[in-house]
Design a protein around this ligand. Sequence first.
Ligand SMILES: C=CC1=C(C)c2cc3[nH]c(cc4nc(cc5[nH]c(cc1n2)c(C)c5CCC(=O)O)C(CCC(=O)O)=C4C)c(C)c3C=C
Ligand code: FE2
Ligand code: FE2
Length: 388
Amino acid sequence: MDLDTPTAPAPGTRSGRPRLAIVLLNLGGPDAPESIRPFLVNLFTDPAILRVPGFIRPWLGRLIAWRRTRPATENYAILGGKSPLLELTVQQGEALEALLNADGTAEVKCFTAMRYWHPMSDETAAAVKAWGPDEVILLPLYPQYSTTTTGSSALAWIKAAARARLEVPTTTICCFHSHPGFASSTAAIVRGAWDRARAELDPAIPLRVLFSAHGLPESIVTAGDPYQWQVEQTVAGVVARLDLPGLDHVVCFQSRVTPQKWIGPSTEDELERAGHDKVAVLVVPIAFTSEHSETLVELDVEYREEAEKLGVPGYFRSPAQNSHPGFIGALADLVRHGRTSGRTLCSFAGPRQCPKQHKDCPHAALVAKLEAMPGTPPERTARARTTA
Ligand SMILES: C=CC1=C(C)c2cc3[nH]c(cc4nc(cc5[nH]c(cc1n2)c(C)c5CCC(=O)O)C(CCC(=O)O)=C4C)c(C)c3C=C
Ligand SMILES: [Fe+2]
Ligand SMILES: [Fe+2]
């Protein structure tokens, strides 16, 4: 055997490059009609979603889930009784893995950790541990940070990783609301939809863009959740790249599922206004990066019917990002940035992005934790404040 000639590692052995596990964080959805109820129970008993005292939550959460089961079952029936979310997330992971492996700087494998249905964090943490990574990146598929989505998923992951004794340096990407690659790829998708809509529509009819994001109870935003502010940042970034001067557009919020007051204006109110103004609408889902029940049913079926009833003279919908190459490129860029940042928590641009009134920004929690540590020198917290 020639000892001077390097040999390729045998299949199944280490490549010599560090192993990087990317954990895609997503919401999850039922995989069969019988999983709709337990999926909803998981969702409504999450303390990040149902903010009532702990002793009431299991009861109230189950009651709300029970009441929601029928409408949710009707919605998922239109999609064949299940959510397409896992399949689409796995496709995004495969595309991202291929792109990053081509860099040659790490051996990359993507995993999926869903918050409310399988594969959930415990299963995924065990799989990640079995693979033996040197580094982990947590990458949410939510562009905007909310305590109810990325915050809840990251917390579930931290607990599951501890249970699995997965002790590997981990970087969490908290948000990418205004990442230039994300904004440009979204603008390219929206521009395509705009051009198709304009080609179909009578030139005399004006077209308004409704950027429709998943809503949140107003109390969660008032408490400090940065989501609404981040949604507005995304819309500004996308509009700036659309190259449509004077574009008539609005940010609105869909999918209200509880009786509390939710942030507005609601997408339904905006449809009513469009009917009144006699303008056609292009609805753009802006807070979630794959197709799911709320785009395929709520937007494509329910709101379309509503728009017709309200006399809206045209109804069009822009697709979600899914595995659009520009979007996957943006995800790859976020991972590269996270790896070299040396941070455990990292926004798309490194330091904290949210103005300080949004105190549920996870970077604020990091500073609070440092401040609470006995004997932390004041200059350390001051530094964390500026760089967190
Ligand atoms: C109080 C309830 C809810 C809050 C707050 C909430 C926040 C939130 N959700 C998403 C994205 C998705 N939610 C999805 C489904 C879904 N969400 C809720 C409730 C709240 N969401 C329910 C009850 C459901 C189940 C479906 C239904 O009953 O209609 C999904 C879809 C999953 C799928 O179809 O596969 C997504 C995506 C965001 C971005 C968000 C806050 C920022
Ligand atoms: Fe939701
Ligand atoms: Fe933030």
